[in-house]
Write a protein that binds this ligand. Structure first.
Ligand code: FAD
Length: 456
């Protein structure tokens, strides 16, 4: 009886614990990916994510084929799809790597119970996080709400396991199986085709994730701590979308960077530690999602429910989305996002602060726009960071820290290189005038925040 390996957020063959276990089982292997837009509580993927997914599936299918196995594509609610597929191939086992959203976990639990009742072996593995959320708890047996002690707890235990080597061969299952065609799913945009910028910027897939990591470790890791805040510099790893789809595992990234740290001293060692800490923020986001499944819609700090958001100003929201606010760093970021599907982290913080505190637009509007346009949009990091900037989140920035986009530009893009690259008409008459006054809007935001303080 063959083994089914169900790929989800782990579109890779290297360091894939579920695949590894299936190979160990010694039976032929069927790989499957389910496009599930129907299970209750599942959030529909954004446009940029769908584009990425298409490419990533092509890449995964090619590597499986090269190793001797196939990737079957099916769409529909995962529970019925996986159950039916297991029965139709007569599988003896189904393996997968865990995911951490509540709706997804519920589906997985139901599938596991159903398959086991039918005598099919199932097992789930830790492949997407370095630390499982239920293992990191405070002395009071509660989840951490502050990052520093959280990360200390993570890193004071045994180090993350070593990555599994990539398989040399996968015994494929030879039986007949129907598969959807990837083209039928129409994940890529056609009319209009807005993905040209994404295509020139990104190469989804496991091989390019590995290549990015190697280049980053070789050329940029030593300066990471100093340069990571400068949007004009190629100073960060750009691994986020690859991690989001699991084309590379955090174990692979962790151990590669940790090995670099072991040989480093001074600034280079501090840079490696800083980079590993950023992986820690990714963990913290997912742990927070695990404990607060409504992260994308509900304030972590519930006193923010009292925040008096004014009625939505559609024109201001559109100006922000389109990069026409008249604040060059904000506009540069929003246009970078639209063109490339990504935005530098420093600028993400600036545009998020501007939306929530200068335009007084609810962070959920910004989160939704990022969800649709970011290639690295993920269900944990995106809402977590939005809430972090908005002040309503776990270990959030203090509310009164309102970024001034002009001061941020002077500090982090002093030559205006990043701005010019994204806003070519900056400094000419064609560039829009500022849509708000920074001082007035900042005061209005702080006044609105008084309501939150009163309900606290
Ligand atoms: P590096 O600097 O090379 O960092 C390495 C890895 O660490 C990243 O790939 C990422 O996996 C992780 N990481 C770094 N910073 C953070 C962080 N603040 N939170 C969580 N993980 C982090 N990141 C996402 O992956 N998906 C999102 O949807 C997302 N939305 C964001 C929204 C806002 C408003 C803000 C302020 C930040 C958001 N981030 C998100 C975090 C961060 O901006 C990106 O992870 C980072 O810019 C990706 O670039 P990089 O891969 O070169 O990062």
């Amino acid at each position: 009886a063959p083994s089914v390996i169900w790929f989800r957020d782990d579109l890779r063959v290297g360091d894939n614990p579920a695949l590894h276990a299936a190979i160990q089982r010694g039976r032929p292997i069927v790989g499957v990916f389910v496009l599930d837009e129907e299970s209750p509580g599942f959030r529909a993927l954004g446009g940029a994510s769908l584009w990425w997914l298409h490419r990533s599936l092509l890449s995964l299918a090619a590597s499986l084929e090269g190793l001797g196995a196939r990737l079957i594509l099916r769409s529909g609610p995962a529970e019925s799809v996986i159950t039916a597929l297991t029965a139709s191939v007569g599988a003896g086992a189904v393996f997968w790597n865990r995911r951490y959203g509540a709706a997804e976990r519920e589906v997985d639990t139901r599938i596991k119970a159903g398959l086991r009742a039918g005598g099919v072996e199932t097992e789930s593995f830790a492949g997407s996080l370095l630390f499982e959320p239920w293992t990191i708890r405070t002395g009071q047996d509660r989840p951490y709400s502050v990052f520093t002690p959280f990360w200390r707890a993570c890193t004071s235990g045994p180090p993350p396991r070593m990555p599994y080597p990539a398989p040399r061969k996968i015994p494929g299952w030879g039986g007949a199986m129907a598969s959807d065609g990837l083209a039928d799913w129409a994940l890529e945009p056609t009319r209009p085709d807005w993905a040209a910028g994404l295509r020139s910027e990104w190469e989804p897939g496991e091989a390019s994730a590995r290549a990015l990591l190697d280049t980053f470790l070789r050329d940029a890791l030593d300066d990471y701590a100093d340069a990571r805040d400068l949007p004009a510099e190629p100073a960060t790893s750009r691994l986020a979308p690859h991690l989001r789809w699991g084309e590379i595992s955090p174990y692979q990234v962790w151990h590669a960077a940790d090995a670099a740290r072991a040989g480093a001293t001074g600034r280079a060692a501090a840079s490696a530690t800083r980079f590993l800490t950023e992986l820690g923020w990714r963990e913290f986001c997912y742990h927070t999602l695990f404990h607060a499944p409504e992260l994308a819609s509900v304030n972590i700090r519930r006193e923010f429910d009292a925040f008096p958001w004014p009625p939505l100003d559609d024109r201001a929201l559109r100006a922000w989305q389109q990069g026409r606010t008249g604040f060059p760093l904000v506009d540069a970021g929003m246009r970078e996002l639209w063109r490339t599907g990504s935005m530098h982290n420093r600028v993400r913080m600036v545009v998020a602060s501007f939306l929530t505190k200068n335009l007084l637009i609810d962070w959920r509007e910004g989160e939704r726009w990022f969800w649709d346009t970011l290639v690295d949009a993920d269900p944990a990091s995106n809402p977590f960071n939005w809430q972090w900037v908005a002040g309503s989140g776990a270990d959030a920035a203090p509310y009164f820290r309102v970024f001034n986009p002009d001061l941020q530009a002077a500090k982090f893009d002093p030559q205006g290189e990043y701005i010019r690259a994204n806003v070519p008409e900056w400094g000419t008459d064609a560039y829009p005038a500022p849509i708000v006054d920074l001082g007035d809007t900042r005061r209005a935001a702080l006044a609105a925040y008084d309501q939150v303080k009163r309900t606290k």
